[in-house]
Design a binder for this molecule. Structure first.
Ligand code: SAH
Ligand code: SF4
Length: 343
């Protein structure tokens, strides 16, 4: 599928092997890895490598597996990227600057097989997993465009990261490594629709990252209507895994709850959610749903969102409302790719 070796995604050991194979001394691997994750745009910019080695690398390897197709700029500073992979598949990432931090939101798969009804990625189906290199390169491409490293990375773009477990872990290690992009582990968030075995496995890795769980309903029947994964794992099983995760990692879990008008935003819904989460080390993030073309769900009015927030707060939960960013460039999950394909 991908011809040649891809440099982004490789660690120190693999690069040592590569330079040895090229007949170069070991220290070239250290020089090379610094350039790869610095990053630069092209191999010829790796100025302390001999020209012969640069030429051979350019011939026999691929540096960046992602190339930029379009970048859309929002008035609020948010940028949305559409990247093409070596096999022509398209993925998207978002850059979100804020006063004292900046976040890159990255994809972990092309498409997604989880089929959540409110999600644009879910409606397009699953194409393939991303490699660790393709995951990490999204961040490198944003750094090249913006000119600085982000403080935070969230796996909230296309795809279900825990379904692509090995490559997910590999990519997190590269993002976090001092030889890699050097993003603090606490500044990395993995968002899942609730794959219970994956959550348990992640808890045992001892990584200290932030786990976000897309809950969206506090009642099994309701959750099954919008998230097919809820048929595989009940809320009881999910909550069990979350309690175990919090106990093991001592990290507060983010609960994502997309508010859908008339579906999950009532007083009763708030009460059920409060009961479900009581005693869990967590923070609830309320997201007014971003309606997708042909979708059934609409955003509640702002006043209803605030009312819902207050109900949860009075119930003892820690809660915040996610500020909408990049609304003028359709920075929600899966939307840019969809538009591109319609052209
Ligand atoms: N597959 C993972 C991560 C990618 S989705 C997951 O589901 O958690 C990232 C977040 O965006 C999830 O919380 C998801 O439920 C939410 N999301 C997807 N479509 C949305 C929409 N139309 N409006 C609001 N949030 C949405
Ligand atoms: Fe996949 Fe997450 Fe979208 Fe569900 S919300 S379809 S799990 S990307």
């Amino acid at each position: 599928m991908i011809s040649g070796r891809v440099l982004v995604g490789q660690g120190p050991e693999e690069l040592k092997e590569l330079v040895a194979e090229f007949g170069e001394p070991g220290f070239r691997a250290d020089q090379l890895i610094k350039w790869i994750y610095r990053p630069v745009a092209a191999i010829e910019e790796m100025s302390n490598l001999p020209i012969g080695l640069r030429e051979r690398l350019a011939r026999e390897t691929i540096y960046h597996p992602c190339s930029t197709v379009t970048i859309r700029h929002s008035r609020d500073g948010t940028r949305k990227y559409l990247f093409m992979l070596q096999d022509g598949e398209l993925i998207e990432s978002v850059y979100i600057p804020e006063a004292n931090r900046s976040t890159v939101c990255i994809s972990s798969q092309v498409g997604c097989k989880m089929g959540c009804t409110f999600c644009a990625t879910g409606t397009m189906g699953f194409v393939r997993h991303l490699t660790a290199g393709e995951i990490v390169d999204q961040v490198l491409q944003v750094i090249l465009d913006v000119g600085s490293r982000p403080s935070n990375v969230v796996y909230m773009g296309m795809g279900e990261p825990l379904e692509n477990y090995e490559q997910l872990i590999r990519s997190i290690r590269i993002l976090n490594a001092s030889w890699g992009i050097n993003i603090g582990i606490r500044q990395i968030t993995v968002s899942t629709c609730g794959l219970v075995p994956g959550i348990r496995r992640l808890g045992k890795e001892g990584l200290g990252l932030t786990l976000a769980v897309s809950l969206h309903a506090a009642d099994d029947k309701k959750r099954r209507r919008i998230m097919p994964i809820a048929r595989a794992y009940s809320l009881d099983e999910l909550l069990d895994a979350l309690h175990e995760y919090a106990a093991r990692t001592k990290r507060r879990i983010t609960i994502e709850y997309a508010l859908m008008s008339g579906f999950n935003d009532s007083r009763d819904d708030a009460r059920q959610l409060t009961d479900l989460l009581r005693g869990l080390l967590c923070h609830v993030n309320l997201i007014p749903v971003n309606p997708i073309p042909g979708g059934l769900h609409q955003k509640p009015r702002d006043s209803q969102v605030v009312r819902f927030e207050n109900w949860l707060r009075r119930g003892g939960l820690e809660v915040s409302i996610r500020k909408e960013r990049g609304a003028d460039i359709e920075a929600a999950c899966g939307q840019l790719r969809g538009q591109w394909e319609e052209i």
